[in-house]
Write a protein that binds this ligand. Structure first.
Ligand SMILES: [Zn+2]
Length: 509
């Protein structure tokens, strides 16, 4: 049995004004994909662990394009280059010999200048190359934007059940196991999708402790129950402004195991969607005004996490917001503070001046014009090449040339890690790589809506969701969606919702 595998993952914010490019991806072909992922923690690693353990499987690795971090909309020509490379690789490999099954690791929240549904495009083109019979199973992030075109061309999908995401590997394993069962003719997937016109955000999305967990556990029960193959609550990425943006209840059952598979899948999807819709108001993020957050950090006992979800690089923001930094400076913040920022010109200036020098520069606003560059006098404490390994995944990260700058009083300065490129900031890696233990600071700017509990929340006295401006603000109505199909909660008032299931089934009896 020949199984074709491939990967294409990026998450974008349409509200980040800086386009992303081909160079922002790590691209691999063929055996390099296997070498990279085997023994790893991502979805592809989980799928490979299943395929490697199954007898008589020949893997056909094709192409992988993984965005180094989330970013702005992908430039049109750069998406077409990725698509052409991917599809050429697929047709080259299938010309050698036909394949019996396909597993693709996708994210789902990609969008290019001229293609709002890149994953759907890739799947439709792949279907044209592979023919109608070959089963295709994909894995997706629960922030992926699921489109009708995607569902039409696949046999089934699996989706993360955790946020903050921890089950990358398991999601790949589930996809691979499901693909093997379809290839064996053991099961015949049928999917019911109920689109929910709602966008959600905030702490209730933490699956372990929040309200969203209820729907995830409902999905898991269906998935592991009789005739269940896969199930998910999907919330989309609220910053990817594309027509089918929203949430979905997705239920896949085995049509062979149930005489009334359509009705069963439909009923489960409608129940889940109705439950989700009923609590949509609670699935929003209460935010603390920026100056109030700085005041609490100044006066409160212990350390304060200033969560800048509006500039979350892992959600597609530019990482060059200085909104909280400016508020700290403006308030004359007098306790040790730590913040990351993307600012290539400031790094160049610090590098030219050298370690120990004092420079007059600006921080922030070099990419996203909504931020006014903040003039600062800063000491250059450290310079680095910005290369390190993620403390979570162990994967290499490249922030480009970087500088640690100190602003203000020498005894309790504001320490800023300035990078050339944006990197994911869902853990402490960038700080630790520069010898900065966040626990030694009283205020820490974290540019991610949620990190694993142990990284920041386990030891900080408080975690404040700051109402800062930015291209990934949790204040969703302020973002200015223009493409997403309306009406959509909470962008519009009095949004009607009549749950309606769409059924997808490729293999008829
Ligand atoms: Zn995600």
């Amino acid at each position: 049995m020949r199984i074709l595998i491939g990967e294409c993952k990026q998450e974008i914010s349409s509200f980040n004004p800086v386009l992303s490019h081909y160079e922002d991806f790590t691209v691999q072909w063929g055996e390099d994909i296997l070498r990279f992922h085997r023994g790893g923690v991502m979805e592809m690693a989980g799928a490979l662990s299943v395929f490697d353990a199954a007898p008589g499987i020949e893997l056909v690795p094709t192409y992988s394009a993984r965005a180094r971090t989330s970013a702005g909309t992908l430039a049109g020509p750069d998406f077409h280059r990725i698509a052409n490379e991917f599809l050429t690789s697929v047709s080259d490999m299938t010309n050698v010999a036909p394949v019996d099954g396909v597993y693709l690791s996708l994210h789902g929240a990609m969008a290019s200048e001229d293609e709002p549904d890149p994953e759907g495009y890739l799947l439709s083109q792949m279907r044209a190359i592979l023919g109608e019979e070959v089963p295709i199973v994909i894995s997706l992030d629960l922030h992926g934007v699921v489109t009708d075109r995607m569902l039409q061309h696949i046999d089934a999908l699996t989706m993360f059940h955790t946020y903050p995401h921890q089950d990358f590997f398991q999601t790949g394993e589930r996809a691979a196991n499901l693909l093997l069962r379809i290839m064996d003719g053991q099961v015949r997937p049928l999917t019911a999708r109920v689109f929910i016109p709602a966008l959600v955000r905030g702490n209730e999305l933490i699956t372990e402790t929040g309200l969203l967990g209820r729907f995830v556990r409902q999905a898991q029960a269906i998935e592991s129950g009789f005739a269940g193959l896969s199930a998910a609550i999907n919330i989309g990425n609220p910053f990817t402004d594309v027509p089918e943006l929203g949430s979905n209840a997705l239920i896949t059952v085995d049509a062979d195991a149930l005489p009334n598979a359509v009705e069963v899948a439909e009923a489960e999807a409608v129940t889940m969607a109705e439950g989700f819709w009923a609590v949509r108001e609670r699935l929003q993020a209460p935010l603390v005004p920026i100056d109030e957050a700085v005041r609490q950090a100044q006066e409160g006992e212990g350390a304060t996490i200033l969560t800048d979800a509006a500039d979350a690089t892992s959600s597609g923001a530019s990482g060059d917001s200085n909104a909280i930094l400016a508020a700290l400076v403006r308030a004359g913040f007098s306790r040790p503070a730590l913040a990351p920022i993307v600012d290539a010109p400031a790094v160049r200036q610090a590098t030219e001046a050298g370690i120990g020098a004092t420079i007059d520069t600006t921080l922030g606003g070099s990419l996203d014009p909504r931020f006014e560059p903040l003039p600062v006098r800063a000491r250059v404490r450290m310079l680095s090449d910005g290369r390190y390994h993620s403390e979570y995944s162990g994967a290499p990260v490249d922030a480009g040339p970087s500088a640690v700058l100190e602003i203000g009083a020498t005894r309790s300065p504001i320490t800023v890690v300035v990078t050339t490129r944006s990197v994911g900031l869902t853990d402490r890696s960038l700080f630790l790589a520069h010898g900065l233990d966040p626990q030694r600071f009283d205020a820490i700017v974290v540019k991610s809506p949620h990190c694993r509990y142990e990284y920041f929340d386990a030891w900080a006295a408080r975690d404040l969701n700051v109402d800062a401006p930015g291209s990934t603000s949790a204040s969703l109505p302020t973002l200015g969606h223009t493409v997403a199909r309306r009406p959509l909660f909470p962008l519009d008032e009095n949004v009607p919702f009549v749950p309606k299931a769409q059924i997808y089934q490729r293999r008829t009896a």
